[in-house]
Each structure stands twice: as C-alpha cells, then as structure tokens.
Design a protein around this ligand. Sequence first.
Ligand code: FAD
Ligand code: KPC
Length: 521
Amino acid sequence: MDVTDRSPSLNGWRELIDGAEIGEIDEPIINVDRDDTREYDAIFIGGGAGGRFGSAYLRALGGRQLVIDKWPFLGGSCPHQACVPHHLFSEAARELDLARWMSGKLWFPEFEEKRASILEMVELFRAGRNTAHAFMNWQSKEQLGMEYILNAPATVIDAHTVEAAGERFSARNLVLATGATTRWPAIPGLDIPGVFDFAGLVEDLDYEPNRCVIIGGSKIALEYGSFFQATGCATTIVSRSPLMRTASLHHVDEDLRSYVVNGMRARGMTILEGAEPVEVVGNGRVTGVRVRLADGREEVLDTDFVFVGTGEQARSEPFVEALGVDIDERGSIVVDRRMQTSVPGVYAIGDLIGAPMEMFKARKCGMTAARNIMGEPYEFDFSEYPDFLHSTYEVTWVGLTEAEARERYENVIVIQMPPKGVEFEDLPLPCAEGTMIYAFTKPELTGFQKCVVDADSRRIVGAHHVGYGAKDAFQYIDFLIRRPQGLTIDDMAEMNELFLNPEHFIQLCRLRAGQRDVVDL
Ligand code: FAD
Ligand code: KPC
C-alpha cells in the first residue's frame, strides 16, 4: 500500500494500524519519495525511539533518510509493549495503593479485600495503544517529512544495502536500531501456558491471574510486581540479587533502597532474595515455580501466573551474521561515542547497544548517529544519567549515593527528609507522595528524599527521591550537576520553589546555604 501521495488523518492511520493488527492488511505500507533522486544518507533499520528520533534529526539537518519497521507503525516497543503500559500499570498501582491504605476512611469505600482486574487493565491498554501509534505515523510523515516503509521486516544485504518489501534500497550509511527482547533464563518450563514477559503480557493475557511469581529482580520485575500486588494478586519476587542491587542499576542509595523495598514488603509482597528459580511446573497450565531458597532448601511456590523480569538481550544476531559487527559479552553491539560500529559506515543505537536501556539514550543515540552522518562530529557519553523506577511510588535518583560520595570526598554532608534519626512514622514530611492525605493519616507513606553535598566545593553531587512528581525536576538536576561548574547549594538557595513541591531540595538547601561550613540537615 503506497501512502506517499496520501495524507491519512489520525483516524485514517488508526484504521490502517488496526487492520494490520488483525491481519486484514498484510502488505507493506510505503511512504517513499520516488521523485527525490538524492542518495539516502542513512537507512534506519527499526523505527522505535532511536530510529524515529535519528530519522527526524537527520531530516532536520537537511539529509535524506529511510526508516523501515516490521510493525505497521513508528515509535517501537515503548508505546506498544514497554514504557506506556508500564506507566499505565504503575499509575493504577498508585491509585490502588491509596484506595487500600484509605479503605473505609474519609470518603474512600471499603477496598482492602477487593481485587482489581489485571486483565481489564491489559485490555484497556490493548484497546487504546494504536491511537498513539497513529500519531507517530502521522507526525513522522506530515510534520517531520520522513520517508518510511512499515509492516515490513528489513534484511541487511551489505553495509550499504537493505532489502524490504521486495525491494533493495541503498544508502551511504546504515543505522541499526532493532532494540532488545527479553533475556529468557535457562530454566525448564518457561514454555508452559501462563508464563509471560512484558510483551507477552500485553499481547496474550486472556485470564485473570490469582497469584503471581516473578522470576528476576529487574526494574520491570519491581514495577510489574508492584502493580500485580496492588491489584490484590498476591505476588512473590524471586531474585538472585537483593532488589535494586542488580548490575543494571547504578547509584542506588541504601536509605532510598530500604525505604522502597520495605515499602513493597509492607504492602504484602513476598520478596525472596538470594533465591534461584529451578523450574516452572504445570499440568498444561502453570501451577507453580520450584525455587532454591537462600538457605539451600527447595520449595514449590503455587501460582497460576509467572512473569519473567530477568532483563533484556540486544537483537544483534542478524547484524553479526550479515556484517560481522563486533558485539560484547552480553551480545550488545559495540559502538564508539559517535555510535559507529566496528564496520565503517554502520552505526548502531538504542537498546541494541546495551545498557542503559532507556528512552533518553535511544533517542539521543539516534540524534548522535544523525549528526555524525551529516558531518557534525558529536559524541554522546551516557555513563552518567538520571534514573527512575516505580514501585507504588515514583523513585528517582541521580549522581552519587551517600556512600559513594564519602569514598570520593573528604567532607560530605546530607540534607534529607526525614532527617537522620527521625522515624518515618513520627514526621508528616516530606509530603512528597502527591497527596497530603498520607501526611495527615500515615506519615510513614509520604516519601523520602536525600541530597548529597560535597561540603568543600558546596556542590550537590547526588539527589535521591521517593515520592510522586519529582521525575521532571531530576531531568534538570541531572543536567545542572553534570555542568563543569556543577550545582551548588548557593545556586539552589537562589531558585524559586513552587511550594508545596514534591522535592524540598531548594528550600532545604537554602536553610543551610548561609553557613560558611555547611553541616547536615
Ligand atoms: P525499540 O523501541 O524496541 O525499537 C526497535 C524497533 O525495531 C521496533 O519497532 C521493531 O519492530 C523494529 N524491528 C526489529 N527487527 C526488525 C527488522 N528485522 N526489520 C525492521 N524492523 C525491525 N524507558 C524509559 O525511558 N522509561 C520507561 O518508563 C521505560 N519503561 C519500560 C518498560 C518496559 C516494560 C520495557 C521493556 C522497557 C522500558 N523502557 C523505558 C525502555 C525503552 O522502552 C527502550 O529503551 C526503548 O524503547 C528502546 O528504543 P529502541 O529504538 O532502541 O528500540
Ligand atoms: C507517549 C508517547 O510519546 C509515545 S511513545 C514515543 C515513541 S517515540 O516518540 O518514537 O520515542
């Protein structure tokens, strides 16, 4: 189907994508400007966050690109199976958490024993996701001027040639952007019906789970586990590493970690750390997971629903076979800071190059490849970045933990709420959990925050936060603390807080900024 000379509306795109989803449209969707005789500067293989942003940037720089995706839409896994359902589920978890803590109080109905439906939330997501996809196609064509081929897998022929929709296309450069997929652990029984990963959950769930066992301790494991538990589906996490101490997360402050993990336990979740899943058992459907506990005993955990959250694996294999690109020990494509692979003219971006597998990195990798391809030397160093996850809270952090800072600097102070030595239940502050209701009813639920300062330079070197709404501020704090001049508590004292703000860092820093030698608060 050639849409090059058509301008489908948002609804038109939604109908096309709906049709492709149910198999009514199985042909490629082609938006290629045959009148443009310029050689392509780059073909992007995969039109997710990385491929779409790289394509947009390259067009904006005046270049010519083509992006090819096997799905009938651009935007990739984020709106289809990953971030968007994650945020929907995490928001539901937070609402349900409030409903449970406040059950029978104020205007809140009795809720404690009630179930919310996981299946209903999955169906809500499934029914709505194509609207966002439609917008991505519309915006990419009508506003960003991209050329694309959708609903068509791409095959690399050589470093300048790609085959898709029965045609060969050539370009000065290739940008590989096919993302990652679940790294399934090597345990028997994962093929039994009732075992899901994040993608299978939103594609295939067709029953209401009653109990859940999560294999793995990744961010996704914590996030989806918190949602399942909040719905009333009793959830057990089986993790080799202590939660939030997995290799893929860095700079997790111990006080923040214990607030979050204790909070998950307080909400009834079972967390088995140091435990190994041995096999998934069933009789045509999942009935349990055999685990080896930290003390060596084996036990079968009864369940009708297993969720695998063991991390992700780059889809690098086809490119190793076709091009011989170098990969690392985890199978991720190796690139330099310009996103250049070991093969000249071939770039790789996003989840395909490994951790951190986050949107900011995928999109900025795309931009980086585009700039270099268009002759603007540009390097992207993503070794330091702000991070977040959801339990029933929004948990956000950037920079050094208190312990890391004490190793690096001689004179470290912390500005935190509650202050050290004050019990969570004794203080209705920081009021960070988006509702004053907790502050006035259950102070221990209002969140936690810590700012780590190198007292000699007065610079903020780390910030750690549990509570809703701080994510936006952390994007800017990250930028400010990474500047050569950094961000001092005196700069903070100059800022204008929008009180009552979730993170109290501005006003708390101001309380200490008058001191020549700053001390803890
Ligand atoms: P993708 O978006 O996965 O795009 C790859 C594209 O390649 C896909 O569209 C696919 O169809 C296409 N493709 C694959 N093979 C071919 C082929 N042979 N031919 C043509 N096309 C092909 N990050 C955040 O920043 N915030 C979050 O809240 C967040 N939540 C997440 C929740 C979950 C459950 C998961 C799994 C991830 C989450 N992430 C989050 C990470 C984020 O989704 C990824 O980092 C991001 O989507 C990666 O973008 P990408 O472009 O590298 O890959
Ligand atoms: C919510 C939303 O913006 C859709 S997911 C974004 C996909 S992309 O813009 O290609 O990174």
